[in-house]
Design a protein around this ligand. Structure first.
Ligand SMILES: CC(C)(COP(=O)(O)OP(=O)(O)OC[C@H]1O[C@@H](n2cnc3c(N)ncnc32)[C@H](O)[C@@H]1OP(=O)(O)O)[C@@H](O)C(=O)NCCC(=O)NCCS
Length: 406
C-alpha cells in the first residue's frame, strides 16, 4: 500500500531520489544543501511503499505578480517524480491530491508549476497561463530601429556573484510588480538559484557572466549570460546564451540587449522563456530574424476560486460578471461567482459564461483571453457580450513573464 506524508529535512536526500532517477541528475549532497538553503522551499511530500520513498512532490512559497501590480501568494509545485518501478499506479494523482489539499489548508488560493509534459496537469485543474518565447538571433542581423537616445550613455561593469546578488535584486524588484508572472525572490533564491553557477550543476556549459548596466550612474539593468566559442568552417562562431536580462526602463532594456547583441566573437544570441511580447520584437528591425518559438511556461491552478479572484489585481474596471466554474478535482470550487469591483463571491445567479477551472486558471495572469478560449471550445458564452467583457476585465497590457523554470 502507498502512503503519502510530509517528509522532514532529514529525508531530503531520499526526497530528491526519484527526481535524480527521472532526470538523470547526480550530485545529491550538493542538491540537498542547495534545497535547504532556499527560504522558499516549504512543503515536502513523499509517497512511501513501506519504508521506501518512491514518489516526491514539493512546493515553493512565493508571490506571483498579477495584472494591476498585485502579488498573490502561490505554492509553486516542484520535484514531482515517481520511480519508474511504481509508475501508473495512481501515485502522482495522490501526490497532487495531497499538494492541493495542503495548499488549501495553508490558506493559499493559487498553485503553479512548469510542466515537463503538458499532457499531465490539465486533469488536475492547471491551465497554461503564460507562454515563453525562445529566440536565436544572428548578431549580424541584430540591428535595432530608432535612435539609441539615453541608452547611448549606458555603462557596463562585469560583477561577481556577491555584487550581482546585491545590485540585480533592486532592479528586478522595480520590474516585478509591473510585470504579471514575475515571482518574488528571497536573497537565498538569488544566490542559490538564479545566479548560482557551481561546477556540479554546469553540465559542461561555459561559466556564467554577470553584467550590471548603469544609466547616469544609476543601476538600471543587468544580464546573466554564458559565452561559448566554437569554430565553424575555420571561423570563430561563438554563441551567447542569456540566462536572464532585464532593464527597469525602455532605455535600460535597449542598452542591456544592445550590449548582449554586440559581444565580439559571437555569431548567435540565444534566449528562452522571454515574454511573447518582449520589447525586442519592436527593437530589432527584422523581428522574424529572432526566430521566436513558443512553449508553455507557467500553469496556474486556482485552489480557492473566490479567494484567488479577490486577491488578484485588475488593470480595468467593468460591470459585474458572473462566471460559472466546473472543477472535478477540487469540487469545493464548483459553482457560480459574481465578480464586482475586483472581488468575487459565490452567487445563485445564472452565469454569463462557463468554463472549467483549468481554463479559468489560464486567464489568471491576464495573458490568455476568454474569447480565444471560447474559440477553442474551452469557454461558453451564456450572455451576449460576456466574453468581451471578461477579456477587458482580466487582460494585462504586458504578457505574463516568468524567466525561470521552478
Ligand atoms: C509523470 C509521473 C510523475 C507520473 O506519475 P504516475 O504515478 O505514473 O502517474 P499516475 O499513475 O498517478 O497517473 C495519473 C494520471 O496522469 C496520467 N499520466 C501520468 N503520467 C503521464 C505522462 N507522462 N503523460 C501523460 N499523462 C500522464 C495517467 O495516465 C493518469 O491519468 P488518469 O488518472 O486520467 O487515468 C512519473 O511518470 C514520472 O516521474 N515521470 C518522470 C518525471 C516527470 O516527468 N516529472 C514531472 C515533473 S513536472
Amino acid at each position: 500500500m502507498i502512503t503519502i506524508r510530509p517528509t522532514s529535512l532529514d529525508e531530503d536526500a531520499a526526497l530528491l531520489g526519484p527526481m535524480g532517477i527521472a532526470f538523470g541528475i547526480g550530485a545529491v549532497p550538493e542538491r540537498v544543501a542547495r534545497l535547504q538553503s532556499l527560504a522558499e522551499f516549504q512543503m515536502r511530500l513523499g509517497a512511501f511503499d513501506g519504508d521506501a520513498l518512491v514518489g516526491s512532490a514539493g512546493s515553493w512559497s512565493f508571490a506571483t505578480t498579477t495584472p494591476g501590480g498585485v502579488a498573490v501568494e502561490t505554492e509553486g509545485l516542484t520535484i514531482v517524480a515517481v520511480l519508474p518501478t511504481h509508475r501508473r499506479r495512481g501515485i502522482l494523482r495522490e501526490l497532487m491530491r495531497a499538494h492541493l489539499d495542503e495548499t488549501r489548508a495553508r490558506g493559499k488560493s493559487v498553485a503553479s508549476l512548469f510542466a515537463s509534459e503538458g499532457s499531465i496537469y490539465g486533469r488536475f485543474g492547471y491551465g497554461v497561463a503564460s507562454f515563453g518565447g525562445s529566440i536565436a538571433l544572428d548578431r549580424d542581423r541584430s540591428q535595432f530601429s530608432g535612435a539609441p537616445g539615453a541608452a547611448a550613455t549606458a555603462r557596463f561593469r562585469l560583477v561577481d556573484l556577491d555584487e550581482a546578488a546585491r545590485e540585480f535584486a533592486p532592479i528586478y524588484e522595480r520590474v516585478r510588480l509591473a510585470t504579471p508572472g514575475l515571482l518574488s525572490r528571497s536573497p537565498s533564491w538569488w544566490r542559490s538559484r538564479r545566479l548560482s553557477d557551481p561546477d556540479w550543476a554546469r553540465a559542461g556549459r561555459p561559466a556564467q557572466l554577470r553584467v550590471l548596466c548603469t544609466l547616469d550612474g544609476r543601476p538600471a539593468g543587468y544580464a546573466a549570460y554564458r559565452v561559448g566559442t566554437h569554430v565553424v568552417d575555420d571561423v570563430l562562431a561563438g554563441s551567447l546564451d542569456v540566462v536572464e536580462a532585464l532593464g527597469d526602463s525602455p532605455a535600460a532594456t535597449r542598452a542591456i540587449w544592445r550590449y548582449l547583441c554586440d559581444t565580439d566573437l559571437v555569431r548567435t544570441i540565444r534566449a528562452s522563456l522571454l515574454p511573447i511580447d518582449h520589447p525586442l520584437l519592436h527593437l530589432v528591425v527584422e523581428p522574424g530574424r529572432l526566430g521566436m518559438r513558443l512553449n508553455d511556461a507557467v500553469w496556474i491552478r486556482l485552489v480557492d476560486v473566490a479567494a484567488a479572484l479577490s486577491q488578484r489585481g485588475w488593470e480595468a474596471e467593468g460591470p459585474p460578471l458572473v462566471i460559472g466554474v466546473r472543477d472535478a478535482f477540487c469540487p469545493w470550487n464548483e459553482g457560480s461567482y459574481r465578480l464586482a469591483d475586483g472581488k468575487a463571491a459565490r452567487t445563485g445567479e445564472a452565469p454569463d459564461l462557463t468554463l472549467d477551472v483549468d481554463a479559468l486558471g489560464a486567464t489568471y495572469l491576464g495573458g490568455v483571453g476568454f474569447t480565444r478560449l471560447a474559440d477553442a471550445g474551452r469557454a461558453v458564452e451564456r450572455t451576449p457580450g460576456a466574453l468581451l467583457r471578461a477579456d477587458a476585465l482580466f487582460r494585462s497590457a504586458r504578457a505574463p513573464w516568468c524567466p525561470e523554470v521552478f
